[in-house]
Design a protein around this ligand. Structure first.
Ligand SMILES: Cc1cc2nc3c(=O)[nH]c(=O)nc-3n(C[C@H](O)[C@H](O)[C@H](O)COP(=O)(O)OP(=O)(O)OC[C@H]3O[C@@H](n4cnc5c(N)ncnc54)[C@H](O)[C@@H]3O)c2cc1C
Length: 302
């Protein structure tokens, strides 16, 4: 990563919120559920499906966790009423995991039960490594009660190959991603190429099992590896899909859809946009750099 990009990344926590919002608006559908519905309809027109995320995390107040449950109920009702080809993604700390595992379990159970009633799938997002064990425990408990449920594994973590073998054999629906949270070297790989290979190995373990796999990446090398592996292991198209984030590489999205692959876009919305946006910009400071360059070019040309 260039010096300028490292500098942009390091200065993000001190950047005024309105600037972060300006650069990050491509990653978020908007503040309201209606904004998310509009985005999902547009994506459906492009041949994609969606997973809707109500932005929010690190909740420390049980009342806020209950509000998040209510917000997801509204999303589920809207998916049904507006006939959206969409499911939902939920963060455990938004359901109160930071307050207590029992609370998060109880809140998530309400969301999953309502989704099951409406025939909608729920993905439990994976957050930083301090939450991995609890998230997998909550997943396991709820999976014994409901089948409309899946979880996420992060290739970055050293434990993931073992988790993938286990969950793959249990027929779990797993989203595999690189992992956005930077973790200590003792528990996570740091080199981009090692993370890529760890992704491939975890994917192989999941394909060898009998579950469904959501391959969440914009990395074309990994997409190529996925297709090659699926062909080699004779994994049918019905057993996997690709997933991408809203605002990232729409051209690649179109290439995959035109090639006949199932493509789901992660559509976050809501007022708690800040932590998610900072993570996305940290991941790709080129976005800020390109924006600043265009801004100053316009000023010089004026
Ligand atoms: C649907 C979905 C759900 C996810 N859920 C989780 C989760 O539950 N837990 C978790 O830890 N992580 C999650 N992630 C994030 C993931 O772990 C990665 O951080 C993110 O996808 C970037 O990794 P990559 O595989 O695309 O590879 P990268 O090497 O980071 O990116 C490949 C290329 O994609 C483009 N790109 C990537 N990110 C951006 C960006 N922000 N802005 C513009 N271009 C970009 C660039 O062209 C880059 O060269 C999710 C990702 C997706 C797609």
């Amino acid at each position: 990563m260039s010096f300028v990009n490292r500098l942009l990344k390091a200065s993000l926590p001190f950047t005024p919120k309105f600037i972060v919002r300006f650069f990050a608006k491509r990653y978020v559908a908007g503040a309201s559920l209606e904004d998310a519905v509009r985005t999902v309809n547009r994506l459906m027109g492009e041949g994609c499906c969606a997973t809707i995320d109500v932005l929010g995390e690190a909740v420390r107040n049980p009342q806020l966790a209950s509000q998040a449950v209510a917000a997801y109920r509204e999303v589920l009702a809207t998916i049904t009423e507006r006939k959206l080809t969409a499911n939902i993604s939920v963060k455990p700390t938004q359901m109160g995991l930071g307050i207590g595992e029992e609370l998060a379990l109880a809140n998530l159970r309400q969301v999953v039960a309502e989704a099951a009633r409406l025939g909608i799938f729920v993905r439990i997002d994976m957050e930083d490594a301090t939450t991995t064990d609890a998230t997998l425990r909550i997943y396991k408990t709820l999976r014994e009660e409901y089948s409309n449920l899946g979880v996420v594994l992060q290739a970055r973590l050293r434990r993931t190959l073992a988790d993938a073998k286990k969950l793959g054999n249990e027929g779990t629906n797993v989203r595999l991603c690189k992992g956005i949270y930077l973790e200590p070297r003792t528990i996570a790989y740091e080199e981009p190429d090692i993370i890529r290979w760890a992704f491939v190995h975890a994917l192989e373990a999941l394909f060898a099992g009998n579950g469904y796999v959501a391959v969440a990446t914009h990395d074309e090398w990994l997409i190529e590896q996925t297709l090659a592996l699926a062909e080699k292991m004779q994994v049918p198209q019905e057993r996997f899909e690709f997933q991408m984030l809203l605002g990232v590489d729409p051209a690649l999205r179109r290439i995959l859809v035109n090639a006949g692959h199932k493509l789901r876009v992660y559509v976050p919305f809501g007022s708690h946009w800040y932590p998610y946006s900072v993570r996305r910009l940290r991941e790709n400071p080129n976005i800020i750099r390109a924006g600043l360059e265009a801004f100053f070019r316009r000023r010089l040309e004026a």
